[in-house]
Design a binder for this molecule. Structure first.
Ligand SMILES: [Zn+2]
Length: 382
């Protein structure tokens, strides 16, 4: 062992301790002095680490990660470890996502969990692991070790969530007296739609179909101007299902009671729409009543699937028809009629003078005036 003196690459003078065979020492010393001195190296790595911590803290803020608890230094460090851990998770998830890749299969076999579980564990760590100490203590863990360690805790958390959901459902479920099944129909009410979660069942299917529900991953009815509110429709659906012997779960107490008591405004199935970009009103009904002939008796009517169309000029007849057969007008249809009324108010009205020609006495004129009832066809053509 021997001390060599010289100047380091950073410009600082100092010494370096060289061991080993004498013949190599000169060369080793040369190599040592080609680097920065140990003080400079320490300073540089501290700066790099600080920079890394600062960036991690910024990223954490961007990603809305929970703030870590611990001393200032612990937090700074743990932020960096957490950031790298999240990147490792994202990388793993991305690889698992590509089901065809060899690497994906390898990861699945090695880790033994599904991609959904990995995503849940990532979320679990981000949301629940807010002690800086956690990241520092586990800094040498591989991603597999993190997953293995958290898997049990996360399944306990998921079980607890499931239990709470089941309890909440039980509280909000009612069973009809003469129920035909113990399986519960869950009715989910949102402002713009109602969705139903239930197992496959023919009787259930025919009820929801008759109420205008469509299959789209689950049974869904969109709430529009012509359906009435979501509350009304959910109460109606619940009532129909209860009466057919199905237990139902509705989280809104008021709607649930209305379903039990059958207090809802029935859905209007007869509507008059404005046929878009035309001057037509569209008469539409979905209650399968025999309304077709009556609608076709309106002046100038024509059938254009799924509605009977009548020009807005005949709004008076259409309004009479509507009140007679219980049709409602959509806002757009009302607007179209209003526009037509305005047009009529502004219209130029004239009092036409009869042309002298009409007074001319001839054979045909005599016949027309004297025998209206004899020649009805001729008069209609005028
Ligand atoms: Zn130096």
């Amino acid at each position: 062992m021997a001390w060599y003196y010289g100047t380091f690459a950073c410009g600082h003078e100092g010494r370096t301790n060289i061991i080993g065979p004498i013949k190599d020492r000169e060369w080793k010393a040369e190599r040592a002095f080609a680097k920065t001195c140990s003080d400079c190296y320490k300073k540089l790595s501290e700066e790099l680490r600080e920079q890394e911590n600062k960036e991690a803290a910024e990223r954490a803020k961007e990603m809305n990660l929970p703030e870590l608890a611990g001393t200032e230094k612990q937090v700074a460090w743990a932020n960096t470890i957490r950031q790298k851990l999240i990147e490792a998770f994202d990388d793993t998830i991305e690889k698992m996502n590509d089901e065809d890749s060899y690497k994906a299969r390898l990861i699945k076999r090695r880790i033994g969990v599904s991609i959904d579980e990995v995503i849940k564990i990532r979320e679990f760590i981000i949301r629940n692991r807010s002690q800086a100490k956690y990241y520092i203590d586990n800094r040498y863990n591989t991603i597999e070790e993190y997953i293995e360690a958290e898997l049990q805790k996360i399944s306990a958390v998921i079980d607890e969530e499931d239990r709470l959901v089941e309890e909440a459902k039980a509280e909000n479920t009612v069973y009809p007296e003469n129920r035909i099944t113990d399986a519960v129909v869950e009715i989910i009410v949102q402002t713009d739609k109602i969705s139903i979660v239930f197992e496959k069942n023919e009787e259930f299917r025919s009820i929801v179909k008759s109420l205008g529900y469509k299959w789209d991953d689950r049974w869904v009815k969109k709430i529009t101007e012509t359906t009435g509110t979501a509350e009304e429709r959910a109460a109606e659906l619940g009532n129909k299902l209860l009466n057919a012997g199905f237990p139902i779960c509705i989280f809104d107490e008021n709607i649930r009671e209305r379903a039990v008591n059958g207090t809802y405004k029935p859905e209007c199935k007869r509507w008059i729409y404005h046929r878009k970009d035309t001057n037509y009103l569209a008469i539409n009904w979905t209650d399968r009543s025999d309304i077709y002939e009556k609608a076709r008796s309106l002046p100038g009517s024509k059938w254009d699937n799924p509605s009977v169309l009548v020009r807005v000029e005949h709004f008076e007849e259409i309004e009479d028809f509507a009140s007679l057969y219980g049709f409602k007008f959509t806002k757009a249809a009302q607007n179209l009629i209003e526009q037509q009324k305005e047009r009529l108010e502004k219209a130029v009205v004239v009092k036409p003078t009869k042309s002298k020609e009409h007074d001319r006495k001839d054979g045909l004129s005599d016949i027309l005036q004297s025998s209206d009832d004899v020649l009805p066809d001729l008069i209609e053509e005028d």
